[in-house]
Design a protein. Structure first.
Length: 265
């Protein structure tokens, strides 16, 4: 991680760099065998296409399997231009996101295109402010505005379609992310994925618990699992959690409505 952070600091223009932060599993419950390293870079302006291309070229050998040192973890790096999120507004754009699920073509397209809206950046900024660790720069709370809980709710709902699209190919992580969404909306507390699974467990039927336990234990001990014989259970569990997430979000919306007094209230 130190080498990755040093590489980022070398390639980000000094006049633009405001802060680099470690967050995610490393600061909110501990790393698991398959966890990547989540790094956020806050810059004072959007990077140019040439700067983004250079950054991608720097990250690739530090992160790609077969290129990175065997004991290193893959990286997820999110670059955010401060004027895009301060003052806060929704939905926020991400200037550049690097992750191992993105192909070279995806990354090249990002480098050339205007920043895209990323609803889940609202969740990432909340994590950064609550548990981010500064590698360089001031504490994240000093430069990033707080995200209103209503926007955390909106981001959760807006992220559901893309998340559910990966249910079959990335079953373990999708189920655990749904668990964390439900837990976060219900309790306003950010938990690690396995801790969120534990929270959800007491609210599931015995049949649904089986797949959640399987996902949680894979996460804790490593591996992606064989879900072939559980596809029906997985769909039912995902549908149940989505229903609960939407119900919890709806309840949060109602609680934010102004009180109306008077007769019949």
């Amino acid at each position: 991680m130190t080498a990755a952070a040093r590489a980022l600091l070398r390639i980000i223009p000094p006049d633009a760099h405001l802060g680099t932060y470690l967050y995610g599993s490393a600061t909110a419950g501990g790393m698991r065998p398959d966890s990547d390293l989540d790094l956020a870079v806050i810059v004072s302006r959007r990077l140019t296409p040439e700067e983004k291309t250079a950054l991608i070229a720097t990250l690739r050998p530090l992160s790609r399997r077969g290129m990175r040192p065997t004991e290193w973890r893959p990286l997820e790096v999110t670059v955010v231009a401060l004027p895009d999120v301060r003052p806060w507004r929704y939905p926020p754009p991400v200037d550049l996101q690097y992750g191992e699920w993105l192909t070279d073509a995806d990354l090249a397209e990002q480098a050339a295109a205007e920043p895209r809206e990323h609803p889940d950046l609202a969740l990432a900024i909340t994590q950064l402010r609550e548990a981010g660790r500064a590698i360089a720069g001031p504490a994240a709370r000093q430069i990033l505005d707080a995200v209103p809980h209503g926007d955390v709710v909106r981001a959760t709902l807006d992220s559901l379609p893309s998340l559910l699209a990966g249910l079959e190919d990335d079953t373990r992580n999708v189920l655990l992310t749904l668990a964390r969404m439900w837990s976060t909306l219900a309790t306003k507390t950010l938990r690690s994925k396995d801790a969120a699974a534990d929270w959800v467990m007491g609210r599931l039927s015995r049949q649904d618990q089986s797949s959640m336990v399987y996902a949680r234990d894979l996460y804790r001990h490593g591996g992606w699992g064989d879900w072939t014989d559980r596809r029906g259970e997985v769909r039912d569990l995902a549908e149940r959690m989505v229903k609960e997430i939407r119900a919890t979000a709806d309840s949060a919306d109602r609680s934010n409505l102004p009180h109306r007094g008077g007769a019949g209230a």
